[in-house]
Design a protein around this ligand. Structure first.
Ligand SMILES: Nc1ncnc2c1ncn2[C@@H]1O[C@H](COP(=O)(O)OP(=O)(O)OP(=O)(O)O)[C@@H](O)[C@H]1O
Ligand SMILES: [Mg+2]
Length: 422
């Protein structure tokens, strides 16, 4: 079996990031993944996860692909592309079918038909379906079944979560990528990719929330019992903190960004009230002394607002203060000192900053929280492609529950989804 490149492309609104994984096989044909390269370049033409200028988007994607091709010395033909934005939502759906075999044995194609039926049932207008994630199955009224293949029954019911986004926004992203000559292996909702990178199956089993704090948005994703429970994109990101600092200090945005990155702290009482800086040292056009505690108070107010919105999302699913594996913060915005303390105070849950962890070898940079989504896309791709090369029986259970099983049994369905792409 030949080595393969798995490429993850994260289209951030401040920075594009690309991770390259190499999938190889041991002599026992066991697939292995090594992340061999990471590239980033400034983002243009993207805003809040959507394309704001097609021409700029195409040229910035082309630029990052060129750097990546130079790095690995091979052309990049396809990529797992992350998609985010507040237009993406999750909806529960149900699909019911009659088992096709007269002996009542449930086969992979029955499961695929049940999932397809759930997808057709949801069929939201003007929306493009990105993922159909099975939660559980009911066989002849017995519910809570994770893997029905091989079981006996007449009626098979699939309970799924459908992740969908506004057709026009999804099509603009695919158009921008296709115009660079690169094929899309799969469009993946970014918070799911970040979840894949920064959490372990055990945490997803217990109940965990991942917050991916980007420049313009914050992706939220909750898993419990190994299944997706809730996902959302909140319209606040770390650039809102920068704007608040710029307004509060009456300085330009790039000056505010420099101050935030160099001295920002989310916990104002931890900042010495005598600490002062001069905005001139951070690119300001005239000297002005400002108190760092004042800067910190501005930051703290916005960060509290963000975590209060997160609390609101957790309340919607009755999990406020109730996730045993707590909250994992990731994305560039999570690097601001004091984020964990404020998250713990507002959410009343264990919190930590998380970055990509995997058994496979990775460059040091892959452990930077800013790269979680890009690396998560590679891990997502690896899980999907592992199944295609798998010599195991297709119904042997995977550690990540529904998603792997879904990709295992729905190879032909993936084609159906691809046909929805422009
Ligand atoms: N060391 C740091 N300290 C504080 N903030 C930081 C640091 N590094 C990056 N940030 C902030 O993180 C944000 C960028 O995060 P990230 O690169 O994850 O966003 P993005 O993926 O481009 O955006 P989005 O996901 O919203 O489309 C910026 O607002 C930046 O100010
Ligand atoms: Mg991002």
């Amino acid at each position: 079996m030949k080595d393969r490149l798995i490429v993850g492309l994260d289209l951030g609104s401040s920075t594009l990031r690309l991770a390259i994984g190499q999938m190889s096989f041991t002599t026992e044909k066991k697939p292995l993944l090594n992340v061999i390269g990471l590239v980033e370049s400034p983002s243009q033409g993207f805003s809040k996860g959507c394309v704001s200028s097609l021409e700029d988007a195409v040229s910035s994607i082309s630029a990052i692909l060129e750097s990546a091709e130079r790095l690995v010395g091979a052309p990049i033909q396809e990529a797992y592309v992350g998609i985010g934005g507040t237009h993406i939502s999750v909806q529960e759906a149900k699909g019911v079918i009659g088992v096709s075999r007269t002996d009542g044995d449930i086969r992979p194609d029955d499961v695929a038909r049940a999932l397809e039926s759930a997808r057709a049932f949801a069929n939201p207008a003007n929306q493009e379906i990105l993922h159909v994630l099975p939660c559980d199955f009911c066989v002849d009224g017995q519910c809570g079944i994770k893997d029905p293949i091989g079981m006996q029954g007449i009626r098979l019911e699939a309970h799924v979560n459908i992740v969908h986004g506004l057709s026009s926004h999804v099509r603009n992203i695919t158009k921008a990528v296709f115009r660079t000559g690169v094929d899309i292996s799969e469009l993946v909702y970014s918070p799911l990719a970040a979840m894949e990178a920064v959490t372990q199956p055990r945490q997803r089993e217990l109940g965990v929330c991942v917050l991916s704090i980007g420049a313009s948005t914050t992706g939220l994703c909750v898993y419990e019992e190994g299944e997706l429970l809730h996902a959302a994109t909140l319209p606040i990101g770390a650039d809102h903190i920068t704007s608040d600092v710029a307004i509060g200090l009456r300085v330009a945005l790039d000056v505010a960004e420099n101050i935030k990155v160099a001295h920002g702290n989310t916990v104002s009482i931890e900042v010495n009230d005598r600490d002062r800086i001069d905005v001139l040292d951070f690119g300001g056009d005239q000297s002005e002394i400002v108190s760092l505690q004042y800067v910190s108070e501005i930051i703290e107010a916005r960060v509290e607002e963000l975590f209060e919105m997160v609390e609101g999302e957790l309340k919607k699913i009755d999990r406020a203060g109730m996730l045993p594996a707590g909250v994992v913060l990731t994305g560039g915005g999570s690097k601001l000192p004091g984020m964990v303390e404020v998250a713990k105070r507002v959410l009343q849950l264990p919190c930590a900053v998380g970055s990509a962890t995997a058994q496979s070898s990775m460059p040091e940079l892959a452990h930077d929280p800013s790269y979680s989504t890009a690396v998560g896309l590679v891990l997502w791709g690896f899980e999907s492609e592992k199944q295609m090369h798998s010599i195991r029986r297709p119904w042997s259970s995977g550690a990540d529950g529904g998603r792997t099983m879904f990709s295992k049994i729905t190879g032909p369905l993936k084609k159906v989804f691809k046909s929805f792409m422009p």
